[in-house]
Write a protein that binds this ligand. Sequence first.
Ligand code: C2E
Ligand code: CA
Ligand code: CA
Ligand code: CA
Length: 277
Amino acid sequence: TAKRKGSGVVVYDPAIDKTSQESLSLLSELRRALERDEFMLYLQPKLDLASGEVIGAEALVRWVHPEKGFIGPDNFIPFAETTGFVRMLTTCMLEKVARLCSELQTRGTYLKFSVNLSARDLMDQELPATFGAILNRYMLSPTAICLEITESAIMDDPARAQNTLDRLSRMGFALGIDDFGTGYSSLAYLKSLPVDELKIDKSFVMKMEQDQDDAKIVRSTVDLGHNLGLRVVAEGVESEAVWFLLRQMGCDQGQGYFMGKPMPVDRFLEWLQSWRA
Ligand code: C2E
Ligand code: CA
Ligand code: CA
Ligand code: CA
């Protein structure tokens, strides 16, 4: 399932059948990358749309490969999910986020960080304990962390997902539904899961200025979320016009290239200073 493009970059191609040497070697490359700390934490700012205040950031992984250079998550996360390796990656990302978050708190900066979970993470019975241990190590409250889950990850095995999410929620983590609107037609899970946040998929947000249907979908989703008592976040905010539209609709938070692209930690901290200035 893994192949190499002309550039030598390892890409995941679900169309190609595998059991091959190649997917084995990609898995061993991923393991080595973890040992060598080649997975880098990138942060994309999340803002309050009414006040422009920075709420925090979403953690997004980048693989900085010694020879192949910079590899984006879409090129290895799907493969990491099929092999279960993604659980190691999730733990690694939470660890980096927790360390940074607690370090910032000692300097008086209180930010919320979002970490992406995959379907595989939700199947892992040990996950809540693993996460608890990491937070203890950094003496960090789980309320500083929002865990983002896609609808399709929940639908893989709804009963087990519910069990894991209930436990994480009881520990104090905030939970968000990612890519909302792209997954399943059933909304039933919204009433049984301990969800705090709906994140409207960027495919609806990016073109909402030109496309009336997209705008209506966004508006309805904001209302749906608010009627259920949830916080609503829009991703893919690429212009000031879209920010204003979202604010008019009462959308709570936004994230997108207009405010800031995903960036390494030091650049994020610089961005934070200049945004606040
Ligand atoms: P996602 O969780 O939906 O993350 C949002 C993606 O949208 C990011 O892509 C981000 O760079 C991009 N984005 C943000 N604002 C804009 C915008 O204004 N315009 C456009 N066109 N795009 C925008 P990225 O970083 O390439 O990540 C892709 C996906 O890979 C993520 O989608 C997530 O599903 C997965 N991913 C990334 N990091 C992790 C991770 O640490 N763990 C797991 N399990 N998945 C991850
Ligand atoms: Ca996300
Ligand atoms: Ca998303
Ligand atoms: Ca996505």
